[in-house]
Design a protein around this ligand. Sequence first.
Ligand SMILES: *[C@@H]1O[C@H](CO)[C@@H](O)[C@H](O)[C@H]1NC(C)=O
Ligand SMILES: *[C@@H]1O[C@H](CO)[C@@H](O)[C@H](O)[C@H]1NC(C)=O
Ligand SMILES: *[C@@H]1O[C@H](CO)[C@@H](O)[C@H](O)[C@H]1NC(C)=O
Ligand SMILES: *[C@@H]1O[C@H](CO)[C@@H](O)[C@H](O)[C@H]1NC(C)=O
Length: 188
Amino acid sequence: MGNKIVTIGFFSLNLFITFALGEYYSKTRPSTPKQEMVTNLHFFFHDTLTASNPSAVLIAKPTLTGRDNNSSPTPFGSLLAIDDPLTVGPDPNSEKIGNARGMYVSSGQHVPTLTMYVDFGFTSGEFNGTSISVFSRNPITEKKRELAVVGGRGRFRMARGVALLNTYFVNLTNGNAIVEYNVTLYHY
Ligand SMILES: *[C@@H]1O[C@H](CO)[C@@H](O)[C@H](O)[C@H]1NC(C)=O
Ligand SMILES: *[C@@H]1O[C@H](CO)[C@@H](O)[C@H](O)[C@H]1NC(C)=O
Ligand SMILES: *[C@@H]1O[C@H](CO)[C@@H](O)[C@H](O)[C@H]1NC(C)=O
Ligand SMILES: *[C@@H]1O[C@H](CO)[C@@H](O)[C@H](O)[C@H]1NC(C)=O
């Protein structure tokens, strides 16, 4: 009995210490170090602007683009929403393993560049239900380029890493593209 009271007292005291009255933060403490893991992912991203059901759609574009009078499908200032399929091979009909959902904005005034705010989610295999967050510029005129992976969900919680991109196919007239992704992720 006495023991119970002591235990309860101890827990309440603990709660009291963790969330001291009137504070919105806990005491900062060292975290327990865990073994860092590394996982590589390899897939193809299909960005289709034209089709009866495009996977990338224009949300907004500026009206004052007189100086940007080129024939780019995504002139400076264009903002697109995407729900792009990810497949194991370059063929759009190869096995679908996930989707890339988010937005990109055409953010280069003189050199075509996209800035991507995209969550890449996986829907099959060991990483079904997980996703990784990409927030990075994407200098699309360079055939090989690198994007920053800044986080993740599920097994990829707290992930960070890098995605190496290689343009497999691009149609400069309509902007449709197939891009190879080779991602290296550090996570726990
Ligand atoms: C834009 O391009 C069109 C067609 O090429 C041309 O006729 C027009 O003069 C250009 N406008 C500007 C502001 O450069
Ligand atoms: C992926 O997970 C979802 C939700 O748990 C499940 O419905 C689906 O069957 C899984 N797909 C594969 C291919 O494992
Ligand atoms: C590129 O897009 C244009 C315009 O939609 C189309 O006419 C042309 O056939 C496409 N080329 C390739 C190789 O897909
Ligand atoms: C992915 O990138 C790593 C590191 O640069 C490289 O060793 C590997 O060969 C690449 N894999 C593919 C399939 O391109």
